[in-house]
Design a protein around this ligand. Structure first.
Ligand SMILES: [Zn+2]
Length: 235
């Protein structure tokens, strides 16, 4: 009954829904993008959702990080996320990891997952995820947003292009950037769609192409990009 409207989609069916129930997705970052992605992946019936985040819930998070609420202020974000998602869907297993992903723990963290959803707010974490996902052959769904804009694309090892092909030498801004709350929702939601497509191997993944959302104009556009032939990470 719960998944009826999904099961009647021809590309999904009962078989697809069963597959989602057995699937394991790791979400890195329980912020604005991670909130939207986690909500929709949990409500869609993904069986196992891991959530990695070292931070605690602060008041300034609540504008866009809809997994958290005023009662959860001061709580570790993965725990807050688990409480919220369990209220939505008890059948989903939520695995909280209260740590920062780094070069030492990344391989172990992603080891048992089918797909990794990158929702951090910095380049450093995305580069680590890119490298380790190629090592472990795991698809990685990238999302990023600021102000009124955001983008989404998929990285599917062992084939490039990868994150390094595109953003080589990108540095994190020291200054805080703005973000309109629902723009984070749009991008996180698109990441959830890409995740389900990859898990079920349906449709066309955003591989070698990026969807860019411009909220001010109200448009989506697609940009294709190639592998950097000197990239040492992808093939
Ligand atoms: Zn590459």
């Amino acid at each position: 009954m719960r998944y009826q409207r999904q099961i009647i989609i021809p590309q999904i069916g009962e078989k697809g829904q069963e597959k989602l129930k057995k699937s394991k997705v790791l979400i890195v970052g329980a912020g604005g993008l991670g909130s939207a992605a986690a909500f929709y992946l949990a409500s869609s019936g993904i069986g196992y959702i891991g959530i990695v985040d070292p931070d605690i819930v602060e008041l300034s998070n609540l504008q866009r990080q809809i997994l958290h609420n005023e009662d959860h202020l001061g709580m570790p974000k993965p725990i807050s996320a688990m409480i919220t998602l369990k209220k939505l869907n008890k059948q989903v297993n939520i695995l909280p990891y209260l740590e920062e992903i780094n070069t030492r723990n990344a391989e172990k963290l992603i080891h048992s997952y089918d797909v990794v959803v990158a929702c951090p707010d910095n380049f450093k974490t995305r580069f680590i995820l890119n490298e380790v996902c190629f090592k472990k052959n795991k698809p990685l769904i990238i999302g990023a947003a600021s102000n009124f804009e955001g983008h989404v694309f998929d990285i599917i090892p062992p084939k490039g292009p990868c994150y390094s092909c595109l953003f080589e030498n990108a540095q994190d801004d020291k200054e805080q950037v703005g973000i309109l709350a629902p723009v984070a929702g749009v991008i996180g939601t698109l990441q959830a769609v890409e995740t389900i497509k990859l898990l079920l191997q349906i449709g066309e993944p955003l591989h070698g192409k990026m969807t860019i959302y411009d909220g001010i104009k109200g448009t989506f556009r697609e940009v294709r990009f190639l592998r950097d032939s000197s990239c040492k990470i992808c093939e």
